[in-house]
Design a protein around this ligand. Structure first.
Ligand SMILES: [Zn+2]
Length: 594
């Protein structure tokens, strides 16, 4: 592997970590024979084709071809660098990385991200202390108290208070001799006009630290304590904070989400905390953005049943309309919970208690049904009402990409409101044509799944893959492969390169596959290795030898054919000498093997 982390350290980290544990944090895995399977976090799928092998310490998706070892999983899932993945796993498993092995560039890369997280932590503690401070935090505590937040929640959620004034955080960081660079990058400090100057982003606000799955503070949400505007401001996006991929409270909710196989999505920090106070812990909130496809995919990894709490107003309806395509694409059903009189969950649960809330969840309708019901209630089923409903629903239906799903929804909507199905289908298709034309113009066409196995590949390449699979899954045969010079006959250079790596490998056999994936820098090659290793063929020596002989015969035949062609050509040209030489070669070849 790259020179800056010794191979032994990587091996140590690898053997101290388990890929099943790491993947389980974000994907629900079920045991299936020797493997674990789950829904792939890298593509939308309805039946699990994402496989994790504890023995081989790899993951592989038979649907989209994503695959690799524990490091590549973290890199791909979190969009982080190899170094960050190694650091994260080293932390987790208690293996220390030798300082000198880290080049200054990598140190910078590490420290940049780490420093933002570090400064966020320092700021969180600072703001939290301020809130608890007898004098400074009094008004803020009173405000939170009035909103029904209990003292233990202040602790549990590390709620803070950013004092009035422009430079409290700056002075605190200066006192601690902490460089302000990372504070600028995290957005805690906004650059000012003066050189090196700046001012605190959060002033006289209640602060809610937003954490990643590992509990590290990636950003803040800040709320005013009166009616002034903006009511909320968030940390800006940074290399550690992407609103479209982050959810408030997920770090605390994940265990309960798994336990109940259900997750409740609300819109505000106060809602999350209030529900927690009533013992409802499988609850998360978006961060002032709409629900994204990434959010849905993330939540799907924690629970099968999703409940989205929206206001039943126009904005809430729009929000539901917007998530339908992602829900269909991810094949999840989200039930839409609306609270009476437009109450937010915080107020509702305080007034009516958790049981009333659960009752609403029980009777909540799936997103599309919810939209139909809402449209019916607003427009009625008179001819003009139906026409308005169709106008509302056609763009929602058109946004569903999968044709079969779309036609199923069209049918149910048509039945629901009593319009001819083909009429609705025609309208939807028309909206879709306009839409796809616009979309194509917008971003161009990119084919998906370019790396999936194709049926058209040469039989020889199929053979070569099979042999590599054997070498990976049954390394006992590797010496035989080497002895017989099998790789020399490989026609696919990339497969040959993988084979050579296997021959070169000197470590313990259980480390072969994950180490190999680390060894190749090209992620596509890594995926290919995971693919080859992922199959569940049962090998034995006899079967292997048979495969090897088959391959050799196949190569011989190809060689013989090539020789024959050359002989024929030489005969045609009357090149006697060449014909003799070639015939001799052919003779030798025939004698070489039985
Ligand atoms: Zn996949």
């Amino acid at each position: 592997m790259a020179g800056w982390i010794p191979e032994e350290t990587l091996s140590e980290i690898r053997s101290a970590s388990d890929i099943v544990d790491v993947v389980s944090e974000v994907v629900i895995l079920k045991r299936a024979g020797r493997n674990f399977i789950g829904l792939c976090p890298f593509h939308a799928e309805k039946t699990p084709s994402f496989t994790v092998s504890p023995e081989k310490q790899i993951f592989y998706c038979f649907g989209c071809g994503a695959g690799g070892n524990i490091f590549t999983f973290l890199m791909k899932y979190h969009g982080i660098t190899f170094f960050e993945a190694v650091t994260a796993l080293a932390d987790r498993s208690g293996v220390s990385l030798p300082e000198k092995s880290v080049s200054s560039a990598q140190r910078r890369q590490k420290t940049n991200r780490e420093r933002i997280l570090e400064i966020n932590r320092v700021a969180m503690e600072y703001y939290h202390r301020h809130l608890l401070d007898k004098a400074h935090g009094r008004a803020a505590r009173q405000y939170l108290h009035d909103r029904g937040i209990k003292d233990e929640s202040l602790e549990a959620f590390a709620i803070g208070y950013a004092p009035r004034g422009w430079d409290h955080l700056i002075s605190h960081l200066n006192q601690q001799r902490i460089h302000l660079d990372a504070a600028f990058q995290s957005g805690l400090i906004i650059p000012g006009k003066k050189r090196n100057g700046g001012y605190d982003r959060f002033r006289n606000r209640i602060l809610f630290p937003i954490r990643d799955l590992g509990g590290r503070v990636i950003g803040f949400g800040g709320r005013v304590m009166d009616d002034s505007l903006p009511k909320y401001i968030n940390s800006p996006e940074s290399s550690v904070f992407q609103k479209g991929r982050s959810l408030y409270g997920l770090d605390r909710a994940k265990v309960a989400c798994r336990r109940f196989d259900a997750v409740i999505l609300v819109e505000g920090y106060f809602d999350v905390i209030a529900l927690h106070q009533f013992g409802v812990e499988n609850v998360v909130a978006t961060l002032g953005t709409g629900v994204t496809g990434d959010h849905i995919r993330l939540l799907k990894g924690f629970a099968q049943r999703l409940y989205f709490v929206f206001d039943p107003d126009a904005a809430g309806l729009k929000a539901v309309e917007r998530i339908v395509p992602a829900l269909v694409k991810e094949d999840v059903t989200a039930r839409i919970v609306t609270l009476p009189e437009g109450k937010d969950p915080d107020a509702f649960i305080r007034e009516k208690g958790p049981d009333a809330f659960f009752m609403l969840m029980e009777t909540a309708a799936p997103a599309v049904s919810f939209l139909i019901e809402s449209a019916k209630a607003r427009h009625g089923l008179s001819p003009s009402g139906k026409s308005r409903i169709v106008t509302e629903m056609e763009s929602v239906l058109a946004s569903i990409d999968d044709e079969i799903s779309r036609s199923i929804f069209v049918k149910s909507v048509a039945e629901e409101i009593g319009v001819p199905e083909d009429l609705l289908l025609k309208k939807v298709s028309r909206v879709r044509e306009k839409g796809t034309a616009a979309k194509r113009a917008e971003r161009g066409f990119t084919p998906e799944g370019a790396f999936s196995a194709d049926a058209s590949e040469a039989p020889l390449a199929r053979f070569e893959k099979k042999i590599l699979s054997m070498m990976l899954q049954y390394p006992l045969m590797v010496p035989e492969i080497q002895k017989r010079g099998i790789l020399e006959h490989f026609t696919d250079d990339r497969l040959k390169a993988i084979g050579r790596r296997i021959l070169e490998y000197r470590g313990p056999s259980e480390g072969l596959i994950p180490e190999l994936i680390s060894m190749v820098k090209d992620p596509e090659l890594g995926e290919r290795i995971a693919h080859l290793a992922a199959g569940e063929d049962s090998w034995n020596t006899e079967g292997c030898l048979k495969l090897i002989r088959q391959f050799e015969r196949h190569c011989d035949r190809a060689l013989r054919d090539a020789l024959n062609t050359r002989i024929q050509e030489a005969q045609k040209e009357n090149n006697r000498a060449l014909v003799d030489a070639l015939l001799k070669e052919k003779q030798k070849m025939l004698h070489k093997r039985d």
